[in-house]
Design a protein around this ligand. Structure first.
Ligand code: ZN
Length: 172
């Protein structure tokens, strides 16, 4: 297993639309393992392959609280097939936008279809934080960041600050 560097916005590679996975084979499983390790080491609850510069439709998620047993979910080609009529605002953050949080409104619950770690077609109903996280990660596969759901004013402030901190890193 290996920890990969996470791309930080604004980075044009985060806007690339990811490609479908043909099948979940050993190479893809290795990638899923690496993504989980990268996510846990960054203390995230979800990670999408494009965040480590791999443009394949793969996400990993684990929303259990601290001190509980891990419950990793690995999904290839995840697709939302049902959404609730009800929407809820939720404060979202992102490993590619470190230290920024903003309220995003999304459907409260979703049903997702995907290929699992064993290359089997699965369906899962999710609500609460799991539903938020799955929708957030699937957005990454289409080059969408959570800040694309908020006002352009707020988005520009966040992206400008991140650009500044990146320049600072380059000097030091
Ligand atoms: Zn994210």
């Amino acid at each position: 297993m290996a920890i990969h560097p996470i791309l930080i916005a604004p980075d044009p590679r985060l806007k690339i639309k990811s490609e479908l996975v043909k099948e979940v084979n050993d190479d893809i499983r290795q990638l899923m393992d690496d993504m989980l390790e990268t996510m846990y080491s960054a203390h995230g609850i979800g990670l999408a392959a494009p965040q480590i510069d791999v443009h394949k439709r793969i996400i990993v998620v684990d929303v259990v609280g601290k001190g509980e047993d891990p419950q990793p979910l690995c999904m290839a080609n995840p697709e939302i097939i049902e959404v609730s009529d009800e929407d809820l605002p939720h404060d979202e953050g992102c490993l590619s936008l470190p230290e920024y949080f903003s309220e995003v409104i999304r459907p409260t619950s979703v049903r997702v279809r995907y290929l699992n770690y064993e290359n089997k077609i699965c369906e899962l109903g999710a609500d609460g934080i799991l539903a938020v996280c799955i929708q957030h990660e699937i957005d990454h596969l289409d080059g969408i960041l959570f800040v694309d759901h908020i006002s352009s004013l707020k988005r520009n402030i966040i992206l400008r600050k991140l650009t500044k901190s990146k320049k600072h890193e380059a000097i030091t």
